[in-house]
Design a binder for this molecule. Sequence first.
Ligand SMILES: [Zn+2]
Length: 44
Amino acid sequence: MKDPVCGMDISAVKFRSIYKGKEYIFCSESCKRKFEGDYNKYAR
Ligand SMILES: [Zn+2]
């Protein structure tokens, strides 16, 4: 899976967020916060 914010490939899930029933994973807390601050920009 890929981090939707920075595009990095993720091998171990450490940070995750659920949006509209779909799970998104992130490389860092900072990417997760960016995602949660602007769903429309990053969620696909
Ligand atoms: Zn990231």
